[in-house]
Design a protein around this ligand. Structure first.
Ligand SMILES: [Zn+2]
Length: 350
């Protein structure tokens, strides 16, 4: 007969317990301390003939259906080692290098750590080769299966310094928006069909920013796309720089143009009316400062609402590259000296 679980103090009154739970996946702790990961196991806290001890993974903790003991990393380790929850928290923070501070600090931590600590978990992927999970909250295979959606490519992350991370608390990928060397926002993307698919850091999204600037190549075309995912996928598969506005396709800020001055611009927005309207807006706004302007035209048989990532994923990079290369020219490149001459002669005439 299973014993009744020893009463153990929980999150209440100790926010560090909850934060630890959100930052260190339970299966990593059960693996390191008891040698098992996500799934059903014999409960380590009593004799258990049928596996009653369920490890759910990520921030979801564990639960024993026999003795009813449940919790997260701190409770597990405290019980296992016979120490207090407080002692377990201290041990786990140290072991997994988790700085448990305020929310702002947590995000800063995510941003700073993801590159150094990342790449630890690599998951085979049939489409792009691999998907990565970054940061201390490395994704489990299961999570990666559910949520990675096969668009995060390790080589890409390293090559372009996207500094992506994983926010276990909200179960979202994180990618910092870096402008002039400063993190001005952290975008967080859910892959599970939530209505608020991509959200900004509290206060960070105000006014909007251009994502992808810190990975802009010095020359070559700059492709303006609909979202962060398109930026990351595009940069990896197509030989160009990619940026996207954080306010969605319908809003383009004139002040962003300064970053794109004298560049060859290609606009590649989603295959729908909103995308077409947004593209016109970008072209209009950039018409005076871009060296040249192009827009990618969708093919008739492309499904509505498709974006760059859809083309790469469903048709391959060759097709995507062809679409990009055959972008329709809105404003041809004119040598700036010739332009100045034209401007001067115009002024003389008037
Ligand atoms: Zn049990």
């Amino acid at each position: 007969m299973p014993r009744v679980a020893r009463s153990i103090s929980t999150d209440e009154g100790n926010p560090r317990v909850g934060r630890l739970r959100s930052l260190v996946p339970i299966e990593r702790v059960t693996q390191d301390y008891a040698g098992f990961g996500v799934g059903k196991h014999a409960c380590p806290f009593h004799e258990d003939r049928t596996p009653s001890f369920h490890v759910y993974g990520g921030a979801d903790g564990f639960h024993c259906f026999s003795c009813k003991f449940n919790g997260g990393p701190a409770e597990f380790v405290a019980r296992l080692k016979g120490i207090t929850v407080e002692q377990a928290v201290a041990e786990l923070e140290k072991r997994y290098d988790v700085e448990i501070k305020g929310d702002g600090d947590m995000i800063r931590h995510l941003v700073n750590k993801s590159r150094e600590e990342g790449m630890a978990t690599v998951v085979e992927d049939p489409t792009f080769g691999m998907a990565t999970a970054l940061y201390v909250g490395q994704l489990t295979d299961e999570l990666a299966e559910q949520q990675a959606r096969r668009w995060i490519v390790p080589a890409n992350v390293l090559r372009y310094d996207w500094r992506m991370g994983w926010d276990a608390e909200t179960r979202r990928y994180t990618f910092p928006v870096i402008v002039d060397g400063r993190v001005v926002d952290v975008r967080r993307r859910a892959e599970d069909g939530r209505a608020d698919k991509v959200i900004s850091m509290k206060g960070g999204g105000r006014g909007g920013h251009l994502f992808g600037l810190h990975c802009l190549k010095e020359d070559g075309p700059v492709v303006v796309v609909g979202g962060e995912k398109d930026v990351i996928v595009g940069a990896h598969h197509l030989d160009a720089s990619f940026v996207s506005g954080t306010l969605g396709e319908s809003t383009w800020r004139r002040r962003w143009n300064a970053h794109l001055r004298d560049r060859d611009i290609v606009v590649w927005y989603d295959h729908d009316e909103a995308g077409a309207a947004g593209a016109r807006e970008v072209l209009r706004s950039l018409s005076s400062c871009a060296a040249s302007l192009h827009v990618v035209r969708w093919r008739e048989d492309d499904p509505v609402h498709w974006d760059v990532s859809d083309v790469v994923r469903n048709c391959g990079r060759e097709v995507a590259a062809t679409m990009l290369a055959s972008a329709w020219c809105v404003k041809p490149r004119v040598d700036s000296r010739i332009m100045q001459g034209i401007e001067r002669s115009r002024r003389c005439r008037s």
